[in-house]
Design a protein around this ligand. Structure first.
Ligand code: IMP
Length: 189
């Protein structure tokens, strides 16, 4: 029986969101010291954070996540570099503009959000879960909801971007929600 999970983050909001999705108490790790995320895949980076979390919170169940957007016309980029795409000086609006510029002449606008969760148990057991939100890139940003690349990803079957969906609508189909449901099932929560 898992009574609580520590999330490898200092962000209480992220922990509260995961708690809602898992139906189990989730707390941020106190005095979280983030490791260098130098993996080439979402799984590699989630593992780096989960292992750092397990070292910082021994005896606990620790979960870490990594997520981002993959664009087919860019061979999967920005991928693990989603948060830094276009250079460190950019904000979400600038990064989104840089991404649309990079695909401006591409016919193929297929893209997806991906989320990988890694859980490490008190005995060192390791579990993985992932989720995907398939879609295509809009031609210009639309909608003020959400964050990051939400204004430019149109989920498959939708006409609206994620930035135009309500939080509940997005949670019902999101990569993060799917990964959390998969982890909840794997952990038997
Ligand atoms: P992380 O915090 O290292 O996982 O970086 C994730 C980055 O991917 C964020 O900074 C966003 O730019 C992007 N991203 C991940 N999930 C979403 C989402 O649900 N909507 C929009 N952008 C996202």
């Amino acid at each position: 029986m898992i009574e609580r999970i520590l999330l490898a983050t200092g962000n209480a909001g992220k922990a509260a969101e995961l708690a809602r999705l898992l139906g189990c108490p989730v707390l941020p790790i106190a005095q979280w010291e983030p490791p260098v995320e130098d993996g080439d895949t979402f799984l590699a980076n989630a593992r780096i954070k989960a292992l750092a979390g397990a070292a910082q919170a021994p005896g606990e169940w620790v979960v870490a996540d990594d997520s981002g957007i993959e664009v087919d016309a860019l061979d999967g980029a920005p991928g693990v570099r989603s948060a830094r795409y276009g250079g460190d000086g950019l904000d979400d609006v600038g990064r989104t503009a840089a991404l649309l510029q990079a695909v401006s002449s591409a016919d193929d606008r297929a893209a997806r959000f991906r989320c990988v969760l890694v859980a490490i148990g008190p005995d060192g057991q390791e579990l993985h879960a992932d989720g995907t939100l398939e879609g295509s890139l809009a031609h210009e940003p639309r909608g003020a909801n959400g964050f990051g690349y939400d204004p430019v990803l149109i989920p498959t079957g939708e006409t609206r971007t994620c930035g135009e969906l309500t939080a509940d609508e997005k949670n019902a189909i999101s990569h993060r929600g799917a990964a959390a449901r998969a982890l909840r099932d794997t952990l038997g929560l």
